[in-house]
Write a protein that binds this ligand. Structure first.
Ligand SMILES: NC(=O)c1ccc[n+]([C@@H]2O[C@H](COP(=O)([O-])OP(=O)(O)OC[C@H]3O[C@@H](n4cnc5c(N)ncnc54)[C@H](O)[C@@H]3O)[C@@H](O)[C@H]2O)c1
Length: 374
């Protein structure tokens, strides 16, 4: 039985998925805020003795094997490192870190600890994303050479937390660049070959035209060139007044393409097939290919879990990774590379859109690799 402690009320998003399993249970909860903590404890059915306001107390006193980190972005690395050093496995919310140095500290600590670290990029687990990924890996799009993702989410209402300036004012809307890219990047990167990596990042932005006095530009457009020379374009926009669209994606390959709905409508696909070689000329619903969904999605189990059931499967993969002692697909190296798109885009945008090289986030890298190459 994997005994889990959650830190940060956001971590509750995976609580039902954990509760639905017979090989994992939540036995402790931590939140700095007393009301949040009490509310979470009640929702989880935990006794008061299992609730902690101080994170170190939970690590030291609760008999947990793993921590789910659902606190603000700037807490992720310090809390993950403390957990790894205490011998706990970690599943951590997005983004993985807020500085480049933190990314290397995190990697070093995962490597030293031998524990599992999983990046909770739950958008990768949404059923449509899984279906498109399956089609991509089976060659339906041919050779994929371009993809884009967009996260347009007016977060300005979330600037304050309980009446005070909140963390999003600093780290999402208060920092330049595409600072929250991985919901857009993860699902499309998953469609490329697994060995594909990001080589360079450049970011351009619109300037600041809205009335809030925030540091972040209204629109940030990050261009990621992959090691193969292929291109991924990411838009992050947390300020513009417009309806939310957190999950816009596009994939283009030599045999056809896919687009998710941007303003309503269906997920659509246009691909050449053996019986319809001109199939790339006309959109058809993605649901025509539903029989290609990964088997576990067809079998069910994730009904009712967040993100179209995806939150159920992310927990399943975390628990399986721990049980089999195998780092998951969303390992610390991918977490670092995808998060570094945020951090390097900040450097790029503040240097006139300069192209910045991505460090090689791979196992056991030498010191020379752990710097920003200007
Ligand atoms: N994957 C997703 O779909 C998704 C959606 C929303 C937020 N997030 C991520 O989840 C995280 C939390 O976001 P949120 O919107 O829930 O934030 P929030 O500010 O609403 O909640 C954060 C909680 O963490 C607690 N907290 C802060 N510092 C703490 C500390 N040092 N120790 C213990 N508890 C502490 C706060 O009291 C609060 O209850 C962020 O990293 C965000 O990027 C992910």
């Amino acid at each position: 039985m994997l005994k889990i402690g959650i830190v940060g009320a956001r971590g509750l998003s995976v609580a039902n998925a954990i509760k639905a399993r017979d090989d994992a249970e939540i036995i402790a909860m931590c939140d700095l805020d007393e009301d949040e903590l009490k509310g979470a404890g009640k929702a989880l059915g935990l006794d008061e003795s299992c609730l902690y306001r101080v994170y170190n107390d939970m690590l030291e006193k609760a008999d947990i094997d793993a921590v789910v980190i659902g606190t603000p972005m700037q807490c992720h690395v310090p809390q993950a490192i403390l957990a790894l050093q205490a011998g706990k496995h970690v599943m951590c919310e997005v983004t993985a870190a807020v500085t480049m140095d933190e990314l290397w500290w995190l990697i070093e600590n995962v490597e030293k600890s031998g524990k599992i670290y999983m990046y909770a990029e739950n958008y990768c687990y949404m059923p449509e994303v899984q279906l498109v990924k399956e089609l991509a890996h089976k060659g339906y799009f041919g050779d994929i050479y371009y993809a884009e993702g967009e996260y347009t989410h007016d977060c300005t209402e979330l600037r304050n937390w309980h009446g005070r300036t909140g963390w999003r004012s600093y780290w999402q809307m208060g920092t330049r660049g595409a600072f929250y890219p991985t919901h857009s990047l993860g699902p499309v990167m998953a469609c490329f070959d697994e060995s594909e990596r990001i080589k360079e990042v450049a970011c351009f932005s619109s300037g600041n035209h809205n009335p809030y006095g925030l540091r972040n530009d209204d629109v940030n457009q990050a261009m990621c060139v992959l090691e193969s020379g292929k291109l991924v374009k990411i838009r992050v926009d947390t300020i513009s007044p417009r309806p939310h669209c957190l999950t816009y994606y596009q994939i283009q390959g030599t045999k056809g393409c896919y687009e998710s709905p941007r303003t309503g409508g269906d997920h659509v696909i246009a691909v050449a097939t053996e019986d319809n070689p001109q199939g790339y000329e006309k959109w058809r619903p993605l649901s025509d290919f539903n029989d290609m969904l990964p088997e576990r999605y067809k079998k069910g189990g994730g009904e009712g879990a967040g993100h179209g059931g995806g939150d159920y499967y992310i927990v399943e993969d975390f628990v399986e990774a721990v049980k089999t002692n195998t780092q998951p697909y969303l390992n610390v190296y991918r977490a670092a590379e995808w998060t570094a798109v945020a951090l390097l885009s900040q450097l790029s945008v503040t240097n006139g859109g300069r192209v910045i090289e991505m460090p090689k986030f791979r196992p056991n890298m030498p010191w020379e690799e752990k710097r920003i190459k200007l």
